[in-house]
Design a protein around this ligand. Structure first.
Ligand code: SF4
Length: 484
């Protein structure tokens, strides 16, 4: 079972000309963030603007704990942005809770960011040397300060284009600038973001499930490098900042991160996971009595494996639905208890059976070992581990909380060594080609950085596969381009 954590989920809502200003925007953001809770559980925030001043709520913890009907009731306005966050960098403090809000000479902006800037250190140094004082550890603050500088010189869309030329990495943004809503996707389209129609307006969200929740109708995903402006007058405008021919969508959205009922870049995640299971069964068949998933993220792949192999699907593990998706417990022995708290075996389904266990990935191997031990303790004869992703051999620089290379089991063990370490009888990983085929998106439009150790953006000390396909030269402002 994977222990990767998505960093954030973003949302933005605009309602046209409500009179009087309504709290419906705050409530829609609340429900959208609730649907995106799997993308971040440490903190959450909502900022709503009524045309004169922003009103915000920011809290640590889950969406269900952070907001009450009474607090949302008073947050009136016609446009707003919201955020859920996992604290993978910076401390878990309220200061680092988004949306990031800035009042400046030209008005007010509020920013929600999902992703990670790989040139944040340089940009932070540059802004600090100009006398800016940072109040958070957030990339959203860097984006906000750069944006304010540009907004003092030019119109919002041009200001955003200028900022996009400076920031490198992954970003899906919902931004409120003086009462208009902007949705922005990075030029490699690494993080998902889509928009849809809602009653009386529009919403832009990390995943389409959030639109479903607020009774919205998905219009489409943003294209890589696209800015969409939702004006308070009701007009919607799309501006492309690249030709969008190059993309690097994160494959782990399909394997594990996104909700299975989301549609991302035209693919229903559940179907992609089923196809991954089909492919896994073709690549790594096993003679077994049952196919069983590691819940929840292994379920669709296990169903796919079962259909392809013709072997019965039967659940051998049951998840406790009343605890969070990720562990917060820091110590080894407590993690062990957390596994048992999180998951229990269904002994009758496992006893004397040969089991194909389908998991989304193996990261450190420690959780896989504990789960396989539990299944064997419950009486299973054999456990054949089938992994719905290739071995993870590199870190992620684009916003997924991934262990270091030294902690990744696949960097220091052979496949046979991993099999022994997790106490499986056999092990089979899906190949990179099989994964790409199952996702159904051309390989040239996917990020496989942590699998191939070749990344879609330049990272010091790592290989960059794009060979300037992502047009990194374009990110250097004209005045700063060096002569060859
Ligand atoms: S490196 Fe891996 S986890 Fe990070 S964006 Fe690329 S595919 Fe996703």
């Amino acid at each position: 079972m994977i222990n990767l954590k998505e960093e954030c989920g973003v949302a933005g809502v605009i309602i046209h000309d409500p009179a009087p200003p309504t709290n419906i925007v705050a409530f829609k953001l609340y429900y959208a963030l609730y649907a995106l809770q799997h993308r971040g559980q440490d903190s959450t925030g909502i900022v709503v603007f009524d045309g004169s001043k922003p009103r915000s709520i920011k809290r640590m913890g889950l969406v269900s704990e952070a907001y009450s009907r009474d607090t949302l009731q008073d947050i009136v306005g016609y446009v707003g942005v919201g955020h859920v966050r996992n604290a993978t960098y910076g401390t878990q403090t309220i200061e680092n809770c988004q949306p990031f809000v800035l009042n400046f000479k030209g008005g007010t902006i509020a920013i929600s960011h999902n992703g990670n800037l790989v040139n944040s250190t340089e940009l932070r140094d540059e802004l600090e040397s100009e006398g800016r004082i940072f109040t958070t550890a957030l990339d959203a603050e860097i984006i906000g300060l750069l944006l304010v500088k540009e907004l003092l010189k030019q119109e919002p869309v041009d200001a955003l284009k200028s900022v996009m030329k400076r920031i490198i990495g992954s970003y899906a943004l919902t931004i409120m600038i003086n009462g208009d809503l902007y949705a922005v996707r990075d030029p490699i389209g690494n993080k998902p973001i889509c928009y849809g129609e809602i009653e009386g307006g529009y919403a832009a969200v990390s995943e389409s499930v959030a639109l479903d929740t607020i009774k919205g109708k998905l219009v489409r995903d943003l294209m890589p490098g696209e800015i969409i402006v939702f004006k308070k007058t009701g007009e919607v405008e799309s501006i492309m900042t690249t030709d969008s021919s190059f993309a690097a969508h994160c494959v782990f959205e399909y394997i594990y991160l996104a909700r299975p009922d989301s549609i991302i870049d035209g693919q229903l995640v559940y179907s992609a996971r089923e196809r991954i299971g089909n492919e896994l069964a073709r690549e790594h068949p096993a003679a077994a009595d049952i196919i069983s998933p590691v819940p929840d993220s292994g379920i669709a792949a296990a169903i796919g494996y079962s259909r392809e192999s013709g072997t019965k699907y039967l659940e051998g593990l049951m998840k406790n639905r009343y605890i969070g998706r990720t562990f917060i417990l820091p110590h080894q022995e407590m993690r062990e208890m957390a596994v048992r708290l999180k998951m229990n075996t269904i002994g009758e389904n496992l006893k004397d059976k040969s089991v194909v266990l389908v998991d989304d990935s193996v990261v450190r191997g420690t959780t896989s070992r504990r789960i396989i031990d539990m299944i064997k303790d419950a009486g299973a004869k054999e456990v054949h581990l089938r992994v719905a992703s290739p071995p993870i051999v590199g870190p992620c620089y684009l916003g997924i909380d991934m262990p270091t290379r030294a902690e990744l089991i696949a960097t220091h063990k052979t496949i046979e060594g991993i099999c022994a370490a997790v106490n499986a009888d056999t092990i089979g990983y899906l190949s990179a080609d099989g994964l790409v085929k199952a996702i159904g998106i051309d390989k040239s439009k996917l990020c496989l950085g942590c699998i191939t150790e070749s990344y879609p953006v330049p990272i010091p000390g790592e290989k960059c596969y794009c060979d300037k396909q992502c047009k990194m030269d374009d990110f250097v402002p004209e005045g700063e381009k060096k002569e060859e």
